[in-house]
Every structure is written in structure tokens, then in C-alpha cells.
Ligand binder design. Sequence first.
Ligand code: FE2
Length: 176
Amino acid sequence: MANGVLDTLIDACRRAAAAPDPLAGVRAALAPLAADPRAALAELPAFEGEDHPLLCEDAVSVFLVRQTSNTAGPPHDHGMSAAIVMLDGVEIHRHYRRDGDSVALDHEVTLGAGEILTLAPTDVHAIANPDATPSLGVHVYLGDLVGGSRTLWDPRTGEAMAFTTEAYDRMVTTHA
Ligand SMILES: [Fe+2]
């Protein structure tokens, strides 16, 4: 569909990234998806795996993110502001506080379809899906997520390391 939900979102995210308050603009861009998650789901392209880039530019990245059922990812930062809208299922966001080079669990927020969460560049979080079905959301990052430098922490030891997809995938566990 021309000028559908996703095309409109990408245009709005590009404009937001160049505006004086980019995160507020991205939040506004996600509002129509939050208001009607089913309409957005109906437009999504089919994709394999856990994430799929819709846009990856210097100023803004937009990803579809699927969290496999009953899994928990390791804590990480993004090094840039982020906003997430849930379209289907549940994402538990575990928010961590920094403790020197390590991190410690602070609190959890459970996000369901139609809800939006924003994250600051230094925020550290981990995503879990407690359900028997995969979750699906749109994650927007105010920068080049793939090209940027990020940190990942081992959830068992708290050890910090450079973010790589391989290291992240190695530390995904069963949700508990
Ligand atoms: Fe994240």
C-alpha cells in the first residue's frame, strides 16, 4: 500500500531526526501505530529471525524486532536515544543502573501492544518475552545503530564487553 503506515513512519522518523526535539518527534511518529497496532501488523513485511531493518541511516534507524517466546536477552546500551512501540505480544524491559563498569538490575516494565517506551542514550536495558508466542515491535534509534559503538554486559557476571550480534546471541537465555 502506497503511503501506508510504515512509509509514513519512515518519513516522519527522518523528519523527526532533523528537528529540534528528535525523540519527541519519533514518539509522535509512533503514535499512529500505538493507536492501531493491528493495522500496522497487517502491513509488515515477512521476515526471518529476530530483527529486520526498515531504515538504517546516520541520523535514524528503524527496526522490526521479534523476541522469541520464553527468551531473555542480555543487558545493553544503544549509545543513542530510542523509542519502541509494541504491536503484538509482550516485551519485558529490564532496566539496569550502571555500577562502575558493571550494571545491576533496577526495575522492570512490561510493555504490551499499543504501548510506547523511550530510552536515553546512556540507558541500559534487556528485553525478555515471558509468553509462549513471539512478540513484535518497532524500535526506532536516533542514529546509525549498526555503525555505532555500543556496550553489552554478561547477565551472569556483569562483565562489560563491546556489543556484537554474536556475543548478544550467545547470551540469550530462557526467560525465568
Ligand atoms: Fe535494546
